[in-house]
Design a protein. Structure first.
Length: 301
């Protein structure tokens, strides 16, 4: 390999980032890959950020992030772990970053100085740091002479191209979304009507099972609340078992069962634990739910 082609002379993560920047992929996916690179080790492994964390750093909502991460992609492998409570639980995921065969992983500054793909760098790649100054007339992300700022003047709306618009309120976003789906479409009206009415707990679980979607995700906000409250994660799982026992077979209808579960945990309405000077202990109800969950897990293996 000559010094003119630095594609394989740099560490894996540097090549991964350059390859992602050059790849002809959707902008949201590109943002997510660059965020994943921030959490991985030098070889692209040991990467365990939650969906909420990835979405926050990539500047998009969790639904958009989840949609792209669940797609097959040659730039990473998503490794999931088994669910809980006989399938009505949650999963945790890890990521292993890959560089696809044939990916162009040369640094951007090299291309700027060699627009036709020919020529040599001013120094061998192995002797140059990644923040080396760009050639005269060229710009790069580390150039001090050229600084591009992103500002919004006035009340204009500026799109960030990753699923939502900067400057719009939630009400405006909902109004825009409603305008996209024409009210004259009977099928869409029927779907909106079904969502407005809600579903029973069993209907909701069955609908998620058909979509191969978990009832509670590993990055659900309830886990962050439990961490702040000092509540063991296992107790949240026990609460979920008790929640299913209470509403399974019930005619009660909810529009958002995940939000309902969070409220029941935060308010202590499931009566699964009580506080002590040292933390939390299970009540009789909680201990019974723990044993039920244990037996369900054994049956599902």
């Amino acid at each position: 390999m000559s010094a003119a082609d630095p594609a394989h002379a740099r560490p894996f993560m540097h090549r991964f980032r350059s390859g992602v920047l050059r790849a002809p992929i959707a902008h949201p996916l590109k943002c997510l890959l660059l965020v994943l690179a921030e959490f991985a080790d030098s070889e692209g492994g040991s990467c365990f950020p939650s969906i909420a964390t990835l979405a926050r750093f990539a500047g998009m909502n969790e639904r958009t992030a989840r949609r792209y991460l669940e797609q097959s992609c040659p730039w990473f492998e998503r490794v999931g772990h088994a669910g809980m409570d006989g399938g009505r639980g949650w999963r945790t995921y890890g990521y292993v970053l890959r560089i696809p065969d044939g990916a162009d992983t040369r640094p951007a500054r090299w291309t700027l100085s060699h627009p036709d793909g020919a020529g040599t760098e001013s120094a061998p790649t192995g002797q140059r740091a990644d923040n080396a100054p760009a050639p005269d007339g060229a710009t790069c992300g580390h150039s001090v002479r050229v600084v591009r700022t992103f500002t919004t003047d006035g009340a204009d709306t500026v799109s960030d191209e990753v699923g939502f618009e900067i400057g719009k309120s939630k009400l405006e976003e909902k109004a825009t979304a409603g305008a996209i789906a024409s009210p004259a479409d009977p099928q869409k009206r029927e779907k909106r009507s079904a969502r407005a009415k809600g579903m029973t707990f069993d209907e909701w679980c069955n609908a998620l099972e058909r979509k191969d979607e978990d009832c509670i995700y590993s990055d659900d906000p309830i886990f962050e609340w439990a961490k702040l409250a000092g509540l063991p994660r296992e107790y949240v799982a026990i609460a979920w078992t008790q929640f299913g026992e209470r509403f399974g077979g019930s005619d009660k209808v909810q529009r958002d069962w995940r939000a309902t579960f969070r409220n029941y945990v935060r308010q202590g309405w499931l009566n699964c634990w009580r506080t002590t000077p040292d933390g939390y202990v299970l009540t009789t109800v909680g201990e019974q739910a723990r044993r039920v969950r244990e037996n369900l897990n054994l049956e599902s293996r």
